[in-house]
Ligand binder design. Structure first.
Ligand SMILES: [Zn+2]
Length: 78
């Protein structure tokens, strides 16, 4: 359990650091499209493909009940 905790001093009170999640059980995540860099909030349990509103890049696709996020996750909403 030797993870870098430099950045998470405020947010780490009760939650494990969750930075590089690929799949999520959370409801909503804010992601940044790797293609056009626009941010948008997507549903973390998407059962359909989620595409970027601007450039149509595939941001998430369903994977066994969870969404597989293909974009950078900026924030996770509980
Ligand atoms: Zn985009």
């Amino acid at each position: 359990m030797n993870r870098k905790l430099k950045k998470g001093k405020k947010l780490n009170k009760e939650m494990k650091p969750m930075k590089e999640i690929r799949t999520t059980k959370s409801k909503f995540v804010r992601v940044r499209c790797p293609k056009c860099k626009s941010e948008q909030i997507i549903f973390g349990k998407a059962t359909t493909k989620v595409r970027c509103l601007k450039c149509n890049y595939l941001l998430a696709k369903p994977s066994g009940g969870k969404a597989k996020i293909r974009a950078r996750i900026l924030e996770v909403f509980k």
